[in-house]
Design a protein around this ligand. Sequence first.
Ligand SMILES: Cc1ncc(COP(=O)(O)O)c(C=O)c1O
Length: 384
Amino acid sequence: MNPFDLPVEKIEALVEEHGTPIYLVSRSKIRENFEALDRGLPAVKFYYAMKANPHHEILKILVAAGAGFDVASRGEIMAAVAAGADPKKDLIFADTVKDPKQIAYAHSIGLDDFTFDNMSEITQIARHAPGAKVHLRIIVSNEGSVAHLSHKFGAEVSDAVALLEAARDRGLRPHGVSFHVGSQCLESERYVEALRATHGVFDAAAAVGIELKSIDIGGGFPVRYMDEEIDISGMCKVIEDEYEALFGGVGESQCQLVAEPGRAVVGDAVALVTKVISESVRGGQNWLYFDDGTYGSFMEVLLYKVKYPWRGITDGPMKKYVLAGPTCDSIDVFSRDESGEVCAVELPSMGLDDLLIVGSMGAYSFSESTRFNGFEPARFVYLD
Ligand SMILES: Cc1ncc(COP(=O)(O)O)c(C=O)c1O
């Protein structure tokens, strides 16, 4: 069940009981999304990228579904362990920029799988997690994805062997290659290209005596926001076929495949309900101010120009509004056009106390929300 489709009476009853802003979460939708990936790539071990949404109940659902977790900090490790994850087998430290204190903490509780992409990370991991298993992250094309990650992360493929040798020489155990095709990746071809680049690194490493055994295909699996064509099983099939052609078949070879999906697991399992707390007319335009905004759930509007589906819980004639959040910053406006400029959007006539429901709010909303101006993040309400 997608909570965005809840009937109006049900939404109003939930608001009556819990107030606003609230995240309406469907447990069954989270399970369904996770199972779709699991079915699509049955031999893959999935490590949920908890940066997408680390709410405790969500982590518990995923532990029960058999997921591991991609973690980036002590805080995330502690949250995953509190939800039931075993640090020795369920966690990978996949951020390639690690605070040494956090490497030491991870090592002290048995986490033994770190991702790196440069010499200084080798130094830090060798110092604070001696003998650890490591994946080398390589740069791959992020073309067509919403959030590009290869700007900041990944080693050039041409440097891969030297880095793997350096890791081995510092006593680490080079185990595999990882990549990320960019978040909200809509083109399966990106995974195909990345697997081909990975195959080249496997061959080059084998030539210097390093037998790699694992491929971490990262995250990137997309979620539907507006009218994107999303075909998770088709995307998985493309990945599986390419893997089979290059590496000899999922489950048959010695190589292990892992993935770190975030957005696709939780994105459309959550809807936000926010209330109009003020309204005005500015420069001839109608403005609505809500109890959630850019510093709360809508950070990705600013960061990546994400467009969310929304509907007003009213039935008046259509009118144009600029939608803004409650904080003392004029950047706190979440109706923006393709180039990120503030714009007015059409909604049924709304005013004070009316409700807006926003779909596909599960990923990078709560986790990116701030405490700016003392506003608390929206509260979680589990529907099933
Ligand atoms: C290392 C790593 N793995 C996985 C993810 C999750 O990506 P997505 O939410 O696109 O599946 C991210 C996102 O930033 C990431 O940085």
